[in-house]
Every structure is written in structure tokens, then in C-alpha cells.
Design a protein around this ligand. Sequence first.
Ligand SMILES: Nc1ncnc2c1ncn2[C@@H]1O[C@H](COP(=O)(O)OP(=O)(O)OP(=O)(O)O)[C@@H](O)[C@H]1O
Ligand SMILES: [Mg+2]
Length: 266
Amino acid sequence: MAVIVLTSAAGSPGVTTTALGLALTWPRHVLLADCDRDPSQAVQAGYLRGMDHGGRGLVALAHLHREGVALAPELWRQTLPLVEQGDKQRRLLPGFTSAGSSRLFEHVWNALAEAFEALDDQGVDVLVDAGRISVTGLPLGLLTAADVVLVAVRSTLRSLAAARIHLVSLEDQLRSLPTPTPCALAVIGPGRPYSTAEIAAQFGLPAWVEQPWDPKTAGVLSDGEDEPRRFHSGAFMGRFRSEANALSERVSRLRMAVLEVAEPAR
Ligand SMILES: Nc1ncnc2c1ncn2[C@@H]1O[C@H](COP(=O)(O)OP(=O)(O)OP(=O)(O)O)[C@@H](O)[C@H]1O
Ligand SMILES: [Mg+2]
């Protein structure tokens, strides 16, 4: 029961790879939504090795919205399978397909976010790859629906300097919401050179995800490189599995706390 938004400041720290790794190991049914406004079809062209989206995704949802169709009942039909087997549904909502198409979406974000929240009734969590924060910030509709916003950073000074700039506008946006949404870090490759504890202290934000540096194995997720033997049971995906479990539990606890504030026990 969660909507988790992943984003970054600049420089491709690994948002898409991390969102996909979490989606492949998430403990519940999950939708990975490619909401990067700078379109790249990264998951289809990378991990899914050129899978045809068959016209499904955000652009189709924008057309439906313009025709007055409610998005919640349509959303699942606009997705592709990330995996063929398994007891959990793991689906991808394909993203924008042309440079300008995110502009068509300005009036659709709220409706899309409501459709994400409605998936809760079907026991589906949503991981949103929101791409970079950008100079205009993230779509407010997405932030309103989010239980938490995770900002991916590498542990280099370059990545952290960019995060410091863009976190200011993201935190302003988050404070402007009716219910403030928490923000946490996802540290990709800690210790190169700064540790997660140093980074968290510098930003005054908790680090809820920490993914070790492993460019070769990360290439399986980001670029569809050949899977090494025992990829899914190996250390890299094992780490995602434990991060996914911990994140899912944290978000359920957050939701319980919000409900208790809204409806205090009599
Ligand atoms: N844990 C990791 N260890 C090493 N390399 C990683 C790790 N995670 C991701 N990468 C690598 O970082 C590069 C960028 O990854 P990715 O495309 O996920 O970044 P992004 O933040 O989504 O970028 P963009 O903003 O361009 O969409 C890829 O080459 C990927 O393999
Ligand atoms: Mg990306």
C-alpha cells in the first residue's frame, strides 16, 4: 500500500536502475511507472531488450484523459509485464515517447496520481521513476500521492553538490503540500568517497536505500547486459530484496502513523 517516488538532481546516479531493482524484488504486487519527463524508454530498451510497448503507456493515458475517460480502470491495461513468472505481478507503465510529450501531461498528473492511489485497493504498490527534479521541480500531483520521495545520489562531491542545489526546490515543494511528504536518500555506491552516514548528516535526511557499487551487475538492469549465473539469487539482487522489504515496511508504518493522526483512537 504505497506510492514511492524516486528522483535525482543531475548526472544519472542510478534512479532507473534502483527503481527497477526494487520492482523486481518488491514483496507485493508492484507497478513500476516511468514518469521521467525527459523520455528515454530506458527500461524497455535496456532490461527488456527492446520490448515493443504496443502503444501502451503515459501517452495513451493522456489521450484517454482528454476524452474524459477515468484513468484508474484503464491503468493496468496500459502496462507491460516486467517478469513472465512468479507469484507477484510486476508490471511496467511505459513512459513518454517523444521529447515534447510530457508537456501534454501537465493536466494529467493529478488524475494519474489518483489512479496510482486507487491501485491500493488491488494490493498493488507503485514505484515511480520521476527522473530528475529539474528547474521546475517535480509534478505536484505525483508528490501529493507519494508516501515518500527518495532522492538518489552517488557518494561523490559532484553528485552531492548537485543534490544540494535541487533538494532546496524539492523540499519547498514538499512543504507546500497539504500533508507534508517525507523525503529520504538512496545512496548509490556509498564510500566513493563519502559514507552514507556522512551524506545523511550533511543533508539532514535519512538514507532509506543504500545500494553497493557494482557497475557490471548494474548493467544487467540498466542496459540489458547478459545475466551472470545466479543473478536473481546473487548478492546484488539480494541487496535489492532486503532494501525492498525494509522500504515496504517503513512505508506501511508511515501510513499507519498518518491514519492514527487522522483518526485518533477514542
Ligand atoms: N549500484 C550501482 N553500481 C554501479 N553502477 C550503477 C549502479 N546503479 C546504477 N548504475 C549505473 O549507473 C548508470 C546510470 O544508471 P540509470 O540509468 O539507472 O541512472 P538514472 O539516474 O536513471 O539516469 P537518468 O537521469 O539519465 O535517467 C548506468 O550505467 C547503471 O548501470
Ligand atoms: Mg533514469
